[in-house]
Design a protein. Structure first.
Length: 376
């Protein structure tokens, strides 16, 4: 096959890149265990509550049409000794809201947490409103925190007398920083544990095995076991029975190299394509209309740097031949290259993301793409 000047340029860059990689090996992409796994029991819990927001500038619920807002207001007034039953309420500066928060691990009494406030009725804007004391309950129905405070809304909304309006963001949802005080704690004692369970955030057999091997190397005994792609269990050694926190601190700082599936993720709406590093393609030739793409590899000698311990080796450089001639013929080649190199060649030619998505899906359908395609 004749090497065109374009292919010579590709081969030259490939040779330089390969020689550089031989002289300076790339570091392994190791991650801390704390960044890829969670300890069972050490997690957040979700809280929710129902409350009222007051002080709105005429942008609250219409109590004539929102019955639960009216009933909530009447009930709140009853609690402070004001009988409003039977009367006509026309207030427009109150709104019924749902309040949500995340209870942090080992949250203690008196600690503060952030809360989110969202309108339930037909309120137009929560800007400037104040949330009245609202109990926040967990999934078991117990109250764990009480929220109250002024709402900060990161949005803009304005309406004219003629009915025209403009808005930016969502003005019916806001946040109260440190708006809830923890009243009850969730009991959980680390030092009483006899076993520790780690849950991988991205399940994988290889990664789970690497995590268990790293833990066993740390403590010196085969106490950690990977029981499935997600779970690694560890029987706490006798030396750490009364100091589990120290053991967990050492474990979460261990570094392992996570493995991953070869996958191509495609977002057809935005045209975004994400390709994993382990994605490979078999021998193939592609023709798109009058576009023909041939992939081959050119052998060449790689020389070590002067005064280095390297060796002269015979290697190959991937070459992509792109032909837009109308008379181009489809060719089958005996070698394959990295999928990223194919994509780089298509991008250099100016193939649109839509066409690139179609090409990748066609390669997968032919069986030449050794990876999963996920369309989101």
């Amino acid at each position: 096959m004749m090497i065109t000047p374009y292919l010579k340029k590709i081969a030259g860059f490939a040779a330089l890149g390969l020689i550089f990689s031989l002289a300076c090996p790339s570091a392994q992409a190791a991650s801390r265990i704390k960044d890829i796994a969670d300890f069972e029991g050490v997690r957040e819990n979700q809280l929710v509550g129902y409350g009222l927001v007051v002080g709105l500038n005429g942008t609250g619920d219409n109590v004539k049409s929102i019955d639960f807002t009216k009933e909530s207001l009447v009930s709140m007034l009853d609690q402070i000794g004001i009988n409003a039953r039977g009367g006509q309420i026309k207030a427009k500066n109150i709104a019924a809201v749902m309040v949500t928060a995340n209870f942090p691990p080992f949250g203690r009494q008196g600690s503060r947490i952030d809360v989110m406030v969202s309108a339930m009725g037909d309120a137009k804007n929560l800007q400037g409103g104040t949330l009245i004391a609202t109990p926040l309950v967990g999934a078991d129905g117990n109250v764990y925190a009480v929220a109250q405070g002024q709402i900060a809304v990161g949005a803009l909304s304005a309406r004219g007398n003629s009915g025209s309006s403009v808005s930016k963001g969502v003005p019916t949802s806001g946040r109260i920083a440190n708006g809830a005080i923890i009243e009850n704690e969730i009991p959980f004692e680390l030092n009483s544990l006899k076993n520790i369970t780690l849950a991988l955030r991205n399940p994988d057999f290889t990664t789970a095995r690497r995590v268990s091997d790293a833990i066993n190397a740390l403590i010196g005994i085969n106490s950690a076991k990977a029981i499935d792609p997600t779970t690694v269990t560890l029987e706490i050694p006798e030396a750490y029975r009364n100091n589990v926190v120290e053991l967990m601190t050492k474990i979460e700082q261990l570094k392992v190299q996570p493995d991953q599936l070869a996958k191509v993720v495609i977002d057809e709406t935005s045209g975004i394509i994400v390709i994993g590093k382990d994605v490979r393609i078999n021998k193939l030739a592609i023709a798109q209309g009058n576009l023909t793409i041939r992939i081959s590899e050119i052998p060449f000698l790689s020389q070590p740097l002067p005064f280095s311990d390297g060796q002269t080796v015979m290697t190959t450089a991937s070459a992509i031949d792109i032909n837009e001639s109308v008379d181009s013929k489809l060719s089958v080649l005996e070698t394959g290259v990295n999928l990223q190199e194919l994509v780089d060649g298509l991008n250099a030619l100016g193939v649109s993301p839509r066409d690139l998505i179609s090409i990748l899906q066609a390669i997968k359908a032919s069986g030449a793409l050794q990876a999963d395609i996920e369309v989101i």
